[in-house]
Design a protein around this ligand. Structure first.
Ligand code: GLY
Length: 377
């Protein structure tokens, strides 16, 4: 469907819509385009909705969305919490669930998760568990959520014992990604999503890496998303969403190929955990991608090291934590892909063709760490 200027400010800003279908049962659409938040009232079937958001996103986009929903004839409740990973906890989940109950949301109602990854994960888990499950719509407002977290039904919260230890697979009815919301992201936030777009291109659409370099890297390096023509931004987001949708449809419960989405994430999770979550997830993934590329190059697989190191140099992520290799190994061994004590890594046979290997020795791990340190320090 394409937007038409009708004199309404929201409609004027609406551009072309791109739709990617996640072929699960039932299937659902990821719709991408500028100005999409102005269409939520018509794209959500349920008459009663609860907007779940964080305080920052609520102030930027939530209040206006709620007004539009009400103008569209919906009964609207709202529940918000402070932004940041610290809100992905049992106490906040409890508050959200109680707010849904006191708003009287019924089985015929819907949760609208408006925000980045934290909101999508927490709001998604609330939708999965409230009344044993109500309809969920993901309304991602960060690049990372648009291309990754909002698609595929992973919901969850953290425990003091670890990240994402409680959760459920709960697929949304739709993902509505309004790329206009990206204009309010800081370069740092854009960089976190750019890392996931690069990863997504590497595993499933090599041309997307070129597009990420052309459009997203300059935006994340300082120009901001507002400098990218909205239609081109939507195209990049939709291309990344298409790869994610394909992988999720092939393996909704992460029994096989969904692990490919973990390219670069074995080291990334170890860096995040060992540095006490000081490093942004995307920044950690950038280092993890170079690391996986170094492991692959040493095995005679495709050599993407220089290219990825060049992207890292342009993006200027937070510094690689000053940790000895030995501090990272225990965290890598705790990786969810490990089986029977053996580390499993996603590597690239060539761009667009990931492989999972389970015979990486400690010497290889150490050499790749040295290579990474030499390249990025
Ligand atoms: N973010 C990885 C996944 O959805 O499987």
């Amino acid at each position: 469907m394409s937007g038409r200027a009708t004199g309404d400010a929201d409609a004027v800003s609406a551009g072309r819509r791109r739709t990617v279908t996640v072929a699960l049962s039932p299937p659902y659409d990821v719709v991408v385009g500028p100005g999409l938040l102005g269409e939520v009232a018509t794209r959500v079937a349920e008459a009663t909705v609860a907007v779940v958001s964080d305080d920052a996103v609520w102030a930027l986009h939530g209040r206006r969305l709620a007004e539009r929903l009400e103008a569209g004839g919906k009964r609207v409740a709202a529940v918000t919490f402070p932004p940041g990973e610290a809100s992905k906890d049992l106490a906040t989940l409890g508050r959200v669930l109680r707010a849904l109950a006191s708003a009287g949301l019924g089985r015929d109602g819907a949760v609208l998760a408006l925000g980045g990854g934290v909101v999508g994960d927490l709001g998604g888990l609330a939708a999965a568990t409230y009344l044993r499950g109500v309809a969920l719509y993901q309304l991602p407002t960060s690049l990372l959520a648009m291309v990754d977290a909002a698609i595929g039904g992973k919901t969850g919260i953290d425990l003091p014992e670890g990240k994402n230890l409680v959760g459920a697979f709960w697929q949304p009815r739709a993902v509505l990604a309004d790329v206009q919301t990206l204009a309010t992201l800081s370069p740092r936030e854009l960089r976190q999503g750019t890392a996931e777009v690069v990863k997504t291109g590497l595993i499933g659409d090599p041309g997307l890496v070129d597009e990420a370099e052309r459009l997203l890297v300059p935006a994340a390096a300082g120009e901001g998303a507002a400098a990218v023509p909205p239609d081109e931004l939507a195209e990049v987001v939709a291309r990344a969403a298409a790869v994610k949708a394909r992988v999720v449809a092939a393996d909704p419960h992460e029994a096989g190929v969904r692990a490919h989405l973990n390219l670069g994430h074995t080291l990334a999770h170890a860096l995040e955990a060992a540095s006490g979550l000081a490093l942004g997830h995307g920044d950690a993934v950038l280092y993890g991608l170079v690391y996986a590329a170094a492991l692959g190059r040493a095995r005679g697989l495709t050599d993407q090291v220089e290219r990825l190191a060049g992207i890292v140099e342009r993006l200027r992520p937070d510094p690689l934590p000053d940790l000895p290799f030995e501090a990272l190994v225990p965290y890598m061994r705790r990786d969810k892909k490990a089986r029977a004590g053996r580390l499993r890594f996603v590597l690239l046979a060539e761009p667009g063709r990931p492989v999972v290997v389970d015979d990486v020795g400690e010497d290889e791990l150490r050499s790749a760490w040295r290579a990474l340190e030499e390249l990025v320090r």
